[in-house]
Write a protein that binds this ligand. Structure first.
Ligand SMILES: Cc1cc2nc3c(=O)[nH]c(=O)nc-3n(C[C@H](O)[C@H](O)[C@H](O)COP(=O)(O)O)c2cc1C
Length: 360
């Protein structure tokens, strides 16, 4: 049944009132909230299942074949200990044995001639660590286990280094220009997108920060025309220009990178930091992009997961349309808010903080 314009407005207003009443009611107590989302709404169920699948995978990895997530996280913690302004003489004793174990399993999984950069980094950081930190039985035991694997005479290189003077080769004005040049682009030339250019942009994206350097983000890129078209129709916000997208990318996050439920949002933060750098880098190689919302809609989520067969603990974060921009196509003006609305300093709601006191 098709509603007339007026009936549609009435129906929508009634729905909003009903929704507000429900939300108001369940907000009265966390028990109401829990009951509502357990029995009356499936909104969070897929996310919860993905978080659980991620935790199970993480725990399995701890025992069986450690993923790079675990090695990265522990090596990162050791590096952090090595760069602290007030370095403790002994640190990482609780997890150094585990870390050497992860490292051992990692080198067993790859050929010695072609160790991944991350394994070389782990080895170098461990060498550096054992050179500086000792004097504890647990650390001595781990050191022994590590040097049983280590050929003598290797000079570690991928280790903490002096940051040096702040001397950026990119001026503020250049970065401002690049930020302004990047516009969500919805009209692309009908021209294939060279993968080597996309890879160049990804080489920049990989420099983005991530929680404990876990790097939970993955870029699933589609440029085969039929597949690309199919993928472009999944995010609802691209339907009106899906046929015009020559390449599409799903940015996903792997929840098995995390051990606690409390970290479930980290994949989204990691993914978005990386995606932003990626989109800026695409501009520098002559390409344009449009970020696309990935709404948590059960049927669409399922379709995406089953189509490409991703594991349950990997979640879509957003999609990005990529292509050569059509110079004859328009982009939106999209005015930004004023600085005063964007930020505040020392603001505590309902309390005045004297500016005088804050002047350093
Ligand atoms: C997370 C996210 C989701 C977005 N989803 C869509 C979308 O589904 N469809 C679309 O056309 N644009 C989408 N955009 C683009 C925004 O509309 C755009 O970034 C905003 O209007 C500012 O314009 P600009 O990017 O051209 O500066 C999205 C942007 C972000 C950051």
């Amino acid at each position: 049944m098709k509603l007339s314009g007026k009936s549609w407005i009435v129906a929508k207003s009634a729905y909003i009132l009903f929704k507000k009443a429900i939300l108001h009611f369940i907000s009265l107590s966390w028990i109401f909230t829990a009951i509502y989302y357990a029995f009356f709404s499936r909104t969070y169920i897929r996310e919860q299942r993905a978080v659980v699948a991620g935790l199970i995978r993480h725990i399995d990895d701890l025992k069986k074949s450690p993923s790079f997530f675990l090695l990265r996280k522990n090596i990162h913690r050791i590096e952090k200990g090595l760069v602290m302004p007030y370095q403790r003489s002994t640190f990482a004793r609780e997890y150094i044995g585990e870390t050497v174990g992860f490292y051992k399993k990692s080198i067993e999984q790859c050929s010695v001639e072609q160790l991944p950069l991350e394994v070389i980094w782990s080895r170098d950081v461990l060498l550096h660590y054992f050179d500086l930190v000792n004097g504890d039985p647990l650390i001595s035991k781990a050191k022994e286990a590590f040097f049983a694997l280590e050929k003598k005479g290797h000079v570690p290189q991928s280790i903490p280094y002096l940051r040096g003077e702040q001397n950026t080769p990119v001026s503020h004005a250049d970065l401002q220009l690049l930020a302004r040049q990047r516009k969500s682009t919805r009209t692309f030339l009908k021209k294939p997108v060279p993968r080597d250019l996309v890879d160049k942009a990804l080489e920049v994206a990989v420099r983005s920060p991530s929680s404990c350097n876990r790097q939970s983000t993955h870029y699933r890129i589609y440029d085969e025309p039929a597949l690309c078209r199919e993928m472009s129709y999944l995010p609802l916000g691209a339907i009106s220009f899906a046929d015009n997208i020559p390449m599409i990318c799903a940015v996903t996050g792997d929840l098995s990178a995390y051990f606690y439920e409390r970290d479930r949002h980290s994949i989204y933060v990691d993914g978005c930091l990386s995606a932003m750098l990626f989109m800026l880098a695409l501009e520098t190689v002559g390409l344009a992009s449009c970020p696309l919302n990935w709404a948590e809609i059960d049927g669409i989520d399922r379709k995406f997961e089953s189509k490409i067969g991703i594991p349950k603990h990997e979640r879509a974060i957003m999609f990005i349309a990529i292509g050569y921009p059509d110079p004859k196509g328009c982009v939106t003006y999209s005015e930004r808010k004023e600085l005063d609305l964007l930020r505040s300093y020392n603001k505590i709601e309902n309390r005045e903080v004297s500016e005088q006191k804050m002047i350093m």
